[in-house]
Ligand binder design. Structure first.
Ligand SMILES: *Cc1c(COP(=O)(O)O)cnc(C)c1O
Length: 406
């Protein structure tokens, strides 16, 4: 049986070849940056070796541009990609966690607005799984409280909130082209902004960065060639068992390099941007059909959505509160060849490297913990078969019925 990978983006061999060859042009980085600034309705874009590198540079620029030396903390969601706290630490700043609403995955705005932000430099929204946070409200809070807002769209390129692109809110947006993001070139990221003071501070750093090493780019192109062949659902079932690829793992790491993006990969990324809307449309359709099929399955909680958002579903989160039943469903889906995942295994306050540096390690984060212990994410990518919704619903229903009887 075909295995449906947790994430995937169709990449044809022709597309790869034309993309990379466009990347040999001397202006390919500038082309991509102009394209991304256009897509996100911002003024300035700089590309980097990764999304976390872009985040590191953005936060350092904010530290430099801020006139208040006491502002050394960065508020981040208590449940998100581990690269976010790693980037805060790498920028020499302190993490402060904000709890999430487990029904929407949004930041707990009320508690954020109540808290003392006098030592806070920036708030980071992360719109995980391509579901926009309440970005208008966050922008408002950040503005009135005199702190920066970083609109991290690493998982939400092409999503919108209140008619505006995610990544365009606040002072800086973060994009990523890692594996498992909206579009991928294996690695790479970008920073977008409309704030010209900040843009000058960003360029102070950017100008000192070395160009991407040629050998690393050549290796990435080889991986992309393998990906173009293997991302098809069938071979992926073999690929995912190869040790050392680190597929689907969440790690906290601050030793990543902060450098420029590769020109070759930029050529490919520019090409993939042309298909971004079509890819996101397909993902959203798959997400809608899975949610529709799961509507009447008891024991499953679906996300509550913001009416004025258009998501870009890189994955679809659902929630199963009963711990053992959740594990049974994950195992049953895997057994049936469907790449469901338990997502990030812990709330950030329970990740040892993050916890060790928290100023208030015992602040309760019940929402984030509830998400970590109940979330199941489902594939939405264009390789999913048309009956993905009914297949998933049948397996989930059967598994929950059996485990309830136990
Ligand atoms: C992936 C991700 C990042 C980091 O991007 P990389 O390109 O992997 O460094 C940052 N924030 C979020 C929310 C992410 O999902």
């Amino acid at each position: 049986m075909r295995y449906i990978a947790p994430a995937g983006m169709p990449l044809g061999l022709m597309e790869l070849a034309t993309g990379l060859s466009a990347g040999t042009a001397s202006k390919s980085l500038r082309h991509l940056e102009a394209r991304l600034a256009g897509l996100t309705d911002t003024a300035v874009c700089r590309s980097f070796s990764s999304g976390r590198a872009a985040m590191t540079v953005a936060l350092k620029a904010m530290k430099r541009a801020s006139r208040d030396a006491r502002r050394t903390e960065v508020v981040i969601p208590a449940y998100t990609c581990y690269s976010v706290p790693a980037a805060v630490h790498r920028a020499g700043l302190q993490v402060r966690l904000c709890d999430l609403d487990p029904t929407t995955l949004d930041l707990d705005l009320a508690s954020l607005d109540r808290s003392d932000l006098s030592r806070v430099l920036a708030i980071v929204s992360t719109s995980i799984f391509g579901i926009p946070n309440s970005l208008e409200e966050l922008e408002q809070i950040a503005r009135t409280r005199g702190v920066y807002l970083v609109d991290d769209a690493a998982q939400a390129l092409g999503a919108q909130h209140a008619g505006r692109p995610v990544a365009s809110f606040g002072d800086a947006g973060i994009l990523s082209f890692e594996k498992g993001k909206n579009i991928t070139t294996m690695n790479g990221g970008a920073l977008v902004t409309r704030n010209s003071d900040l843009a000058s501070c960003i360029d102070l750093d950017y100008e000192t960065l070395p160009p991407a090493p040629v050998l690393a780019a050549a290796m990435t192109c080889t991986k992309l060639l393998l990906y173009a062949i293997c991302s098809h659902p069938l071979p992926y079932s073999f690929v995912r068992r190869i040790p050392g690829l680190g597929l689907g793992l969440s790690v906290y790491d601050t030793t990543y390099s902060v450098g420029r993006y590769s020109r070759l990969l930029a050529g490919l990324a520019t090409r993939l941007c042309e298909r971004l809307d079509a890819i996101n449309l397909q993902r959203n359709r798959n997400a809608a059909s899975i949610e529709h099929a799961l509507l009447d399955v008891s024991g499953v909680r679906l996300l509550t959505r913001h009416a004025s958002s258009r998501p870009a579903h890189v994955r679809l989160p659902i929630f199963i509160d009963a711990r053992e039943r959740r594990m049974a469903v994950l195992a049953a889906l895997d057994h049936a060849g469907i790449g469901a995942s338990a997502s990030y295994p812990h709330a950030l306050g329970d990740v040892p490297e993050v916890r060790a540096k928290l100023m208030r390690p015992d602040a309760p984060m019940p929402g984030a913990r509830q998400i970590a212990s109940s979330i199941v994410t489902l594939p939405t990518h264009p390789f999913c078969p048309p009956d993905i919704g009914t297949r998933i619903a049948e397996i989930v229903r059967r598994t929950l019925r059996v485990s309830q009887a136990d």
